[in-house]
Design a protein. Sequence first.
Length: 426
Amino acid sequence: MIAIVDCNSFYCSCERLFRPDLENKPVVVLSNNDGCIISRSDEAKALGVGMAGPYFKAKPIIEANNVAVFSSNYNLYGDLSWRVMETLRIMFSQNNVEVYSVDEAFINLDIIPLEQIEDVALQIKNTVEQWTGIKVSVGIAATKVLAKVANRLSKKNKAITNCIMVLNTKEKVDAALKQTSIDAVWGIGFSYAEKLLKYNINTAYDLSKKDITWAKKHLGGVIGIRLIQELKGIRSIQMKDELLNKKMIMTTRMFGAAVTDIKSIKEAVATYASRAAEKLRRQSCAAKTISVFLVAKQESHNASFNRGTTINTYTTLPVATSLTHQLIKPAIELVERLFEQGMVYKKAGVMLSDIVLDTSIQGNLFLSETKNKTRFLMDVMDNINFSQRGDVLKFAASGTTRNWKMQQNFHSPKYTSRWDDLCVVK
DNA sequence: TCTGGGGTCCTAGGACCC
DNA sequence: TCTGGGGTCCTAGGACCC
């Protein structure tokens, strides 16, 4: 059997952990730039605060009901995520845990005898909660897709399920599939859902009755085949080894306010390039291709929000590198190629690809001495910036005034990563 | 002007996920 | 006035080769 463990309203739970006064009160967490709502506590959901909606639209409800609002605090969430995942790794050993996202992990439970599965589910929930203070939901079934179905239903009626659902008989599987609308199936997004409805496939159960030749034809080829097999209880999506190296690294942000001058954009792009280089070094890799994109502010904010026109360009470097200044330079040249005077921009980003292992980091005789020194400098910068959890050291190209920086008006303290921000108990 | 079959590699773009 | 950020996987189609 396979379990999926999912933290309940993860970002809200993290904020509440250090604010016991907010227990049972409505809480929301906003995206970067305080733009959208990306996490809601049950109490906030009950008030009708929508998911992924813009903050300004929900503001009336939020203010009328005294909902606690937070900007996203990724230092905090990252730390607590690590604690949750580490708990699971201690319980089931590293090889059986696949971290799927910041708040979700799959666990291979093949070693557990079937009759013990329900006890184990409860044990997972209680242990994580006791060790980390974060509440989780546990869904268990024969395949990943079915485990996701179980997990979703376990959250629907918490009073009855206690946030646990195990699909260990055919009857339970069928009942669960019938309660799952087609667009709620893991792997079915907006487009496929629309298409399936036209074929009169309304629930996960309907889809599970289709055969694989049908899936191959109508549901994106191999993707559809795997999905249907999984719904039928046949494992087709394997557990993945921990993905150590990203194949692509992106750093992108909305600007705090619209930007029209090239100087600000260069500063922002230099900053994003620095951050991307940092991520690259953390996985001991180097990149050979760097791309930059700019997003123009759209003319009007009509009913349908669209993302504005994106322009992008890239360059291939002579040799793969992870040195910040070697990435900032081409990034800024790319900005010069893209920037148009008179345009108004709202967002920019840097993407690194063609990523290879940097096997020549230390003590390579063939590297010049200056390159070795620069690499050493990078390590020193990374260490200082990491231990301070902020850009204490940065390249001058990143700018000092930074009027393009995103807005974060409701940021909570870095409780777990800064001495000054430790929670004080009277 | 006509003209096969089979293969690789690369890129752009679509679809999905949280 | 105000709408996030960071990924993965797959397919189709073009360029090129013998």
